[in-house]
Design a protein around this ligand. Structure first.
Ligand code: ZN
Length: 130
């Protein structure tokens, strides 16, 4: 029985397979690059979401401290710019203090947190006792 003849010469078949393999490799590299870009975008979105969650929680904490009483003051430390709350002094996220100053619903005043008073006492106490 005679072997059936291939419609392609062997070198043509080999060249076609190599071309298909190269095309598959190009597609694979493209897909890897797209997956990498998607992963980077997702990581950035997670970072932004985490930042926004922190800012939202900080705002919720600040708003909880502002009762309906219009005479209620929100006290900021004049040195470290933390805000005084019932559970202590809290660091404000970046830009929030400027927004508080511009917000008509908030009365701000400045004081000194215990940490900053302590630091000032350590710095100036020797001069005062001399
Ligand atoms: Zn302070």
């Amino acid at each position: 029985m005679a072997a059936s003849a291939s419609p392609f010469p062997q070198t043509t078949l080999l060249a076609m397979l190599v071309g298909q393999a190269r095309q598959a490799a190009r597609i694979s590299r493209h897909l890897v690059a797209r997956a990498s870009a998607a992963r980077a975008a997702a990581a950035e979105a997670i970072d932004v979401t985490t930042l926004h969650r922190g800012e939202r929680e900080a705002w919720a904490d600040i708003l909880d401290r502002i009762p309906a009483d219009p005479d209620h003051l929100l006290i900021l430390c004049a040195y470290c710019h933390r805000v005084r709350g019932e559970s202590g002094w809290t660091v404000l996220p970046g830009g929030v203090e400027a927004e508080l100053h511009a917000w008509p619903g908030v009365l701000l005043s400045h004081g000194y947190c215990q940490d900053c008073v302590r630091l000032q006492q350590l710095e100036y106490a020797p001069a005062l006792s001399a």
